[in-house]
Design a protein around this ligand. Structure first.
Ligand code: ZN
Length: 209
C-alpha cells in the first residue's frame, strides 16, 4: 500500500505541474471549449498525452514490489535473455545453463527451473511431459539445418545462429494427445508458449507471460 500511495502522490505532483503548464489529462477540460480539429492541435494534444504517460511511467518504476515484473526485465524485445547476449546464440557457457532435473537436457537456468515446476504439476495430474531437445550449440544447429532443412524453405530448422534453442529458451517435447492438451491449458502459467506454427512439440520460454 505504501508503494501505491507513493505513486498516487507522484501522480498528483505531475498533474499539478501539468496544470501549471496549462495542460490537462482530461481532454474536455482544456481551454473550456471544443478543440479545433486541425492537425497541429491534434499533434499538440497527443504530445501532451505522451508526456503524461511518460511521466507516469517514470513515477511508477521505483516502488515496484520485489518480484513483480522481474521476468520481463530478464529478456530483451526479442525474448533473448539480457545476461546471455554477450555470449551469442549457441555459444552460451555451461555456467548460464542448468540441467532439467531427471533429464539429460539443459536450458537457460530460469527456463530450466520453470520447466521443472511445469513437469511436476503435469505429473501430479497424471501427465508425462517428455523432452526430446533443449539447448542447441551452434554446431548442432548447423547439423540440424543440413538434416531437416531451413524452416523458411519448408523444413524444420531455424537458420543457424537464430534458433531460440541456441539461447536455451526453447524445448521440443514428446507429447501424447493428453499431454498436448494439458500443455495448451497450463503451460502459459509457467511461461511456456506454443510459438511456432507447424511445430506443436516446440515450446518457447517467454517469462513475460
Ligand atoms: Zn524446437
Amino acid at each position: 500500500m505504501d508503494g501505491v500511495a507513493a505513486v498516487s502522490q507522484r501522480i498528483g505532483e505531475i498533474e499539478g505541474r501539468l496544470a501549471l503548464l496549462g495542460l490537462s489529462r482530461a481532454p474536455g477540460g482544456v481551454l473550456g471549449g471544443p478543440l479545433p480539429t486541425t492537425a497541429p492541435a491534434t499533434a499538440a494534444a497527443s504530445t501532451s498525452g505522451r508526456s503524461f504517460e511518460a511521466a507516469l511511467a517514470e513515477a511508477s518504476t521505483t516502488p515496484a514490489p520485489a518480484g513483480v515484473g522481474s521476468g520481463k526485465a530478464l529478456v530483451d524485445a526479442k525474448g533473448v535473455p539480457v545476461e546471455l547476449r554477450q555470449y551469442g546464440n549457441g555459444t552460451v557457457p555451461a555456467s548460464a545453463l542448468s540441467n532439467v532435473e531427471g533429464t539429460k537436457h539443459t536450458l537457460w537456468t530460469p527456463a530450466a527451473r520453470s520447466l521443472e515446476a511445469l513437469r511436476s504439476a503435469a505429473a501430479a495430474d497424471g501427465v508425462t511431459i517428455g523432452i526430446t531437445d533443449s539447448y542447441r550449440t551452434l554446431a548442432s544447429q548447423v547439423d540440424l539445418a543440413e538434416r531437416k532443412g531451413l524452416y523458411s524453405q519448408g523444413g524444420l530448422a531455424a537458420k543457424p545462429g537464430t534458433s531460440m534453442h541456441g539461447w536455451g529458451m526453447a524445448v521440443d517435447l514428446s507429447l501424447d494427445s493428453k499431454a498436448q492438451a494439458w500443455m495448451r491449458t497450463n503451460a502459459g502459467a509457467y511461461g511456456f508458449v506454443e510459438d511456432t506454427p507447424r511445430e506443436p512439440w516446440h515450446w518457447g520460454y517467454h517469462p513475460t507471460h
